[in-house]
Design a binder for this molecule. Structure first.
Ligand SMILES: [Fe+2]
Length: 435
């Protein structure tokens, strides 16, 4: 009789890992939530807003009715719209699926830290948004690998229970995985949040959706639905871009498009880093999908080639924090450069635990590497409160069922304020020079 099957060993290992944190029982994945559109074909659905250059926002929504105009009316008083803007629309096919009319309209110039009321296409309900502040303090929510399960809904409820200015998403949104109606369902699930605060996203592997010969380039749904301000930031691709909020410069990189030193993305990143003025934006944050540092047993080494290509220029530019997703757990590293603790390197945070259907990545390597300071396989989200040009507080909020509980919390000091880590004089050329 075979006593030790591989399954038994895995179960035993899991049992030890789970038992190692007796204060919290790890949850199982939860079922999908599928949201239907229950209003007229002309009414807007899947409404989301994003920052679109200085003082502008982009309003994006979908209608089944192709005759609806890409027009947004807006104003600072409910029901009274003294401004309007028209924009563009697109649609796409994916095998037998045909999307609705996808509208993108830029509104502005808008005042900072101001509530606006708006209507999309002249139909449906009024929506409300608030623009970010022009100066500190500013608060970001960070959530990755969301999906559309009951855990996603739990994370979203916790996100919505506290105020914030901008949400940052380091990839893996809908988990549609070629099944296009799931993109629509995801858009409806997040609408209460995406219609009120700007959501700034970058792509994950679940956005790629290539299909041999027929759709070799990928990102068909993602690029059509989640148009980000790449043109406004000098990027030729929706897969990488940057933007400023208050005193923070945020760079969204693409883990699933070319990133080597001859690539468009690399050249754009060099120019973008060289243009950052740390007296105006003392903080620089970067988002990627596949983490460059990861002690979880899931997705090991998947971010390594991108790290090798880009870590040096981000280090020389004194980036403060790099957020990643992909691994369905939370992990925070110390300041790191080239696999070693370095007080002038960025803090690395993996936050791919938004709640998708694949469940948690439970297993970490043991013992923990010395550069990894906190790690836990639980669903949750992060909050980054930037108080001024020198200090910010980062916290990770675990979903304890219906409660949101702070699991990890640290103070960050901006590298631009560090006397030890004086930023080298940065030009596109000097970023490439050997250290
Ligand atoms: Fe992923």
């Amino acid at each position: 009789m075979k006593i030790f099957s591989p399954h038994l060993l895995v179960f035993f290992f899991l049992f030890i890992v789970v038992r190692s944190s007796p204060e919290y029982t790890r949850p199982d994945p939860r079922p999908l939530i599928l949201r239907q559109h229950d209003r007229s074909d002309s009414d807007p659905q899947q409404v989301h807003i994003s920052l679109a250059g200085k003082d502008y926002m982009r309003v994006s929504w979908i209608t089944s009715d192709k005759k609806v105009e890409s027009k947004v009316e807006y104003g600072k008083t409910t029901g009274k719209y003294d401004a309007s803007a028209t924009g563009e629309s697109t649609s796409y096919r994916y095998f037998f699926y045909k999307s609705g009319k996808i509208h993108h309209v830029k509104i502005g110039p808008l005042e900072h830290n101001t509530t606006y009321y708006y209507m999309c296409g002249g139909y449906g309900p009024e929506f409300t948004l608030r623009t970010p502040p022009s100066a500190f303090p500013v608060e970001f929510t960070v959530a990755g690998d969301l999906g559309q399960t009951e855990w996603t809904e739990s994370t979203l409820t916790h996100i919505g229970a506290k105020d914030y200015d901008v949400l940052l998403l380091p990839g893996d949104l809908s988990y549609a995985d070629l099944h296009q109606p799931l993109w629509d369902s995801f858009g409806r699930l997040v609408q209460p949040y995406t219609s009120t605060r700007p959501w700034m996203v970058t792509q994950g592997n679940h956005e790629v959706e290539t299909f041999p010969i027929i759709y070799p380039h990928g990102f068909k749904a993602y690029n059509a639905r989640w148009l980000m301000p790449h043109q406004e930031s000098g990027s030729k691709s929706n897969l990488y871009y940057s933007f400023d909020v208050a005193g923070a410069h945020i760079i969204m990189l693409g883990s699933y498009t070319d990133f080597d030193s001859n690539s468009d993305q690399y050249n754009w990143l060099q120019a973008d880093l060289a243009s950052v003025d740390r007296t105006k934006t003392p903080w620089v944050f970067v988002l990627i999908h596949a983490p460059w540092y990861n002690s979880n047993l899931a997705h090991r080494g998947e971010g390594e080639s991108m790290r090798k290509a880009m870590e040096q220029i981000l280090y020389k530019a004194r980036v403060d924090v790099i957020f990643a997703g992909h691994v369905h757990a939370y992990e925070r590293f110390t300041r790191v450069y080239d696999n070693k603790a370095d007080q002038c390197g960025p803090v690395h945070v993996t936050i791919g635990d938004g709640g998708n259907r694949e469940g948690l990545a439970m297993l970490f390597e043991n013992p923990s590497p010395s550069i990894s300071l906190y790690r836990e396989p639980s669903f949750g989200h992060g909050r980054l409160r930037v108080f001024n040009s020198t200090h910010a507080q980062w916290s990770w909020q675990r979903n304890n069922d219906s409660d949101s509980v702070t699991g990890d919390e640290i103070w960050l000091e901006s590298l631009s304020s560090s006397s030890v880590c004086k930023q080298p004089k940065v030009s596109p050329k000097s970023l490439n020079d050997e250290l």
